[in-house]
Design a protein around this ligand. Structure first.
Ligand SMILES: Nc1nc2c(c(=O)[nH]1)N[C@H]1C(S)=C(S)[C@@H](COP(=O)(O)OP(=O)(O)OC[C@H]3O[C@@H](n4cnc5c(=O)[nH]c(N)nc54)[C@H](O)[C@@H]3O)O[C@H]1N2
Ligand SMILES: Nc1nc2c(c(=O)[nH]1)N[C@H]1C(S)=C(S)[C@@H](COP(=O)(O)OP(=O)(O)OC[C@H]3O[C@@H](n4cnc5c(=O)[nH]c(N)nc54)[C@H](O)[C@@H]3O)O[C@H]1N2
Ligand code: SF4
Ligand SMILES: [Mo]
Length: 693
């Protein structure tokens, strides 16, 4: 550590959770500065622009520093005291519950919340509100990979190995991840891979900055990864590349999966994906020739209405070639949000209890109810998934408490979702800024930011980390835990919602004990001393588990499961009226709905607004020049943004980033078709038409 007065902590944004130190300055206009922290192994001091500029939002004029309550006279949000605001919330929730029953109150959480907050929010919903209607934005993120993990391995942890293993494997197939923009410091692992003689294959319909690093770039039509993976497995079988011994000793269900792959001929796969047979063959040879290998997926193949099966097909490829459950080999998902991993383990998900337990499992209910001091019978059952919950607002769900998400910008079919939010009897939003969603609320609660509070996060490797409070928050804001504590008290639960994060974590340890995501051996001191502890960690003497599945998979018989899958089309195919495929994603300088990063000057200057990326041939066909405004029309609505013309995208596809509200909001267009298993919306494929604006 280079500075004794600086507090070691982690970035407020993505799942890499880069280590940094913060030095308080004492100056109100810039209360902290980032100091390089080199002792954290994941980023070894490197940060992207978002991490570097994160402190600027701490002192920003646009951050919220007092509660706001909607005036019944003018309809405007006006400042109120915390006592008034919390009383208004308790009143609103109590009234809805009295008039319409407990399930009329919904709760929506976020994968950016600390483990303590996610745990507290889930407990608050089940114990204080008694509602089953809770879910969170992680459903929009890695839920398909999570479901596929569960099916194949019996356990869902994004990466079953630390990132430091990546440069030492023989070949990485990176599917639908634009790491160079979404986790820039992690690009180093791929560079080192290639320096070590390993191969990199990138699968992305765009030649991204990540794809430019690859030995092989496959650019399938969006929504066709399932066919691509099946085609590769077909060739693995046809060319005698199956690891028969591994399949026999460590897996089950191969015959059905094999049959599924054999019905996908390479020529047919070429027709579906646009990836040529020779390229497909080269990819298979590259992967199989290497002594070890990994497949890593991100949102590209996952955010599809068949995301679970698609990830399943990539896992099948790993299993058939023996690239799983062995050192330096395996399948992993690059989780996205800061606590995308921990956020899905501790109970803010519709079907789940802390420790990654299932809400419909009687033993799990009994254990967690015991920790909470309630009758297991009193715990509600599983509720709706995120989009289904948003779609039900104003119907049988009449009030919503929202913490850590901005669905007006980030939810699919966003204009409809915005309408549902407006139709609520009562909306409460806890946020650090007045996001587009907070602006619709009846009560807005201003909360502390990362540097002003303590809490744990679980990064994409399953490594539990500690963010320490480095600064005193401004007067007028409270932490999310204080919000839950205050509301629980007003709603008749004085006990069980402590405001001290470490006290919450100690309870979380007990609640997770014996569950799949067992944190019982982890405490704040260990996390700091060991620079993170990998779960499962079932006891104080247990070293934690950086590498999973080396001896056995987490299924009942210890074998991984092949899942038989076959290709199917996207929920919405192109046709004469909507002839172009729209896919969506991210740019390096904006984060998610942009609620935070659009308020950081330097980031805004680098990425000032939305755009439509399209191929020169497509641009010529509709007659637009670089920078000219294009209207993109789907069956859900229309969006307008300037053209960005580049040969790096397929001519049949356009790309829009989703970070902006207003006329350039990509999600106005997106199809909310859901994956039947994970309930993930199809953010990555829909059919559109382009017009000159
Ligand atoms: N700068 C920045 N970084 C972020 C975030 C952010 O908002 N901004 N968000 C964080 C979060 S929560 C997440 S989930 C991660 C997401 O990280 P990524 O998954 O890397 O991000 P995306 O840009 O959504 O999608 C990745 C790539 O998928 C490609 N793609 C589109 N359709 C398909 C398809 O059908 N198949 C395949 N194979 N690829 C396709 C896109 O062209 C894109 O390059 O990033 C995290 N990091
Ligand atoms: N078209 C399209 N849409 C997408 C995607 C895509 O690829 N394409 N990706 C999807 C994915 S992967 C994700 S993860 C979602 C994310 O989309 P959102 O859920 O909207 O995520 P954020 O923009 O991070 O919203 C977090 C909000 O919570 C606030 N906040 C931050 N920290 C805290 C905290 O500690 N407490 C509280 N109370 N508030 C806090 C922030 O200011 C912000 O307003 O978007 C999804 N939407
Ligand atoms: S890569 Fe992610 S965690 Fe690292 S500095 Fe950037 S946003 Fe923060
Ligand atoms: Mo995400």
């Amino acid at each position: 550590m280079s500075d004794a007065t600086a507090v070691p902590t982690h970035c407020p944004y993505c799942a890499l959770q880069c280590g940094m130190s913060l030095r308080p300055t004492g100056a109100p206009e810039a209360p902290a500065e980032v100091v390089e922290r080199t002792d954290f192994p994941v980023n070894r001091g490197a940060l992207c622009g978002k991490g570097r500029t994160a402190p600027s939002l701490l002192s920003s004029r646009v951050r919220l520093t007092e509660p706001l309550v909607r005036s019944p006279d003018t309809g405007a949000l006006v400042p109120a005291s915390w006592e008034e605001a919390l009383a208004a919330v308790a009143d609103g929730l109590r009234r809805t519950r009295a008039d319409h029953g407990p399930d009329a109150v919904g709760v929506f959480g976020g994968g950016g919340l600390t483990n303590e907050k996610a745990y507290g929010l889930g407990k608050f919903a089940r114990v204080v509100l008694g509602t089953s209607q809770i879910d969170y934005n992680g459903r929009f993120c890695m839920s398909s990979a999570a479901a596929a993990h569960q099916r194949a391995f019996g356990l869902d942890r994004g990466l079953p190995f630390p990132l430091e293993d990546v440069p030492r494997t023989g070949c990485v197939i990176l599917v639908g991840s634009n790491l160079a923009e979404t986790m820039p410091p992690a690009l180093r692992y791929l560079t080192e891979l290639r320096e070590n003689g390993g191969k990199l294959i990138v699968v992305d319909p765009r030649r991204t900055r990540t794809a430019e690093q690859a030995d092989l770039h496959l650019a399938p039509r969006p929504g066709t990864d399932l066919a691509l993976a099946l085609g590769m497995l077909h060739l693995v079988v046809a060319e005698g590349r199956v690891d028969e011994e591994f399949v026999r000793e460590r897996t089950g269900g191969w015959e059905a999966a094999r049959a599924g792959a054999m019905s996908h001929w390479p020529e047919q796969v070429e027709r579906i994906t646009g990836v040529s047979v020779p390229l497909l063959r080269e990819a298979v040879a590259t992967f199989c020739d290497a002594p070890t290998g990994m497949v890593l997926t991100a949102r590209g193949p996952e955010q599809q209405s068949k995301g679970t099966d698609t990830v399943g097909a990539w896992i099948n490829l790993c299993l058939a070639t023996g690239r799983a459950g062995r050192p330096l080999s395996g399948y992993g998902c690059l989780t996205g949000q800061g606590n995308g991993q921990g956020g899905r383990e501790h109970g803010q998900k519709a079907d789940q209890l802390p420790g990654y337990r299932k809400l419909d499992d009687p033993a799990a209910r009994a254990h967690v109810a015991g920790v909470w001091g309630v009758d297991p019978e009193s715990l509600p059952g599983p509720g709706r998934s995120a989009y289904e919950l948003l779609d039900a607002l104003g119907g049988d769900v009449r009030a919503l408490l929202l913490m850590g998400s901005n669905p007006v910008v980030s939810a699919p079919r966003a204009a409809h979702v915005e309408g549902r939010l407006r139709s609520l009897d009562f909306l409460v939003v806890a946020d650090v800024v007045l996001s587009e969603t907070a602006a619709l609320a009846d009560v807005v609660l201003p909360v502390t930011q990362w540097a002003e509070e303590t809490g744990t996060m679980t990064n994409l490797e399953g490594r539990v980390l500690l963010r320490r409070r480095a600064l005193t928050p401004p007067a007028g804001v409270r932490s999310d835990l204080e919000v839950l504590h205050g509301l629980a008290g007003l709603l008749g639960r004085e006990k069980g919602f402590p405001t001290d994060p470490e006290e919450v974590f100690e309870e979380l340890r007990r609640a997770s004990a014996g569950g799949p995501a067992d944190y019982s051996g982890i405490d704040y001191r260990r996390v700091e001393e060991e620079r993170g502890v990998f779960w499962p960690c079932p006891g104080p003497d247990h070293p934690g588990t950086p590498r999973l599945f080396l001896d056995r998979f987490a299924t009942a018989d210890g074998r991984a499961r092949f899942v038989p899958v076959t290709h199917r089309a996207a929920a919405e195919e192109t046709d004469a009226e909507y002839p172009v495929v729209l896919t969506t994603g991210r740019v390096v300088s904006q984060y998610q709905s942009g609620a935070q990063t659009r308020r950081v000057e330097e980031l805004n200057a680098a990425a000032p607004g939305p755009f439509v990326e399209l191929h020169p041939r497509l641009a010529e066909r509709i007659g637009v020049a670089e920078g000219e405004r294009i209207t993109v029309v789907s069956r859900r609505g229309r969006a307008v943004a300037p053209a960005r013309i580049t040969a790096s995208i397929r001519p049949d596809t356009v790309f829009m980033p989703f970070h902006w509200a207003g006329e350039g909001r990509a999600n106005t267009l997106v199809n909310p078709a859901l994956d039947p298993v994970s309930r993930m919306p199809e953010f990555k494929v829909c059919a559109v038409r382009l017009e000159r604006a």
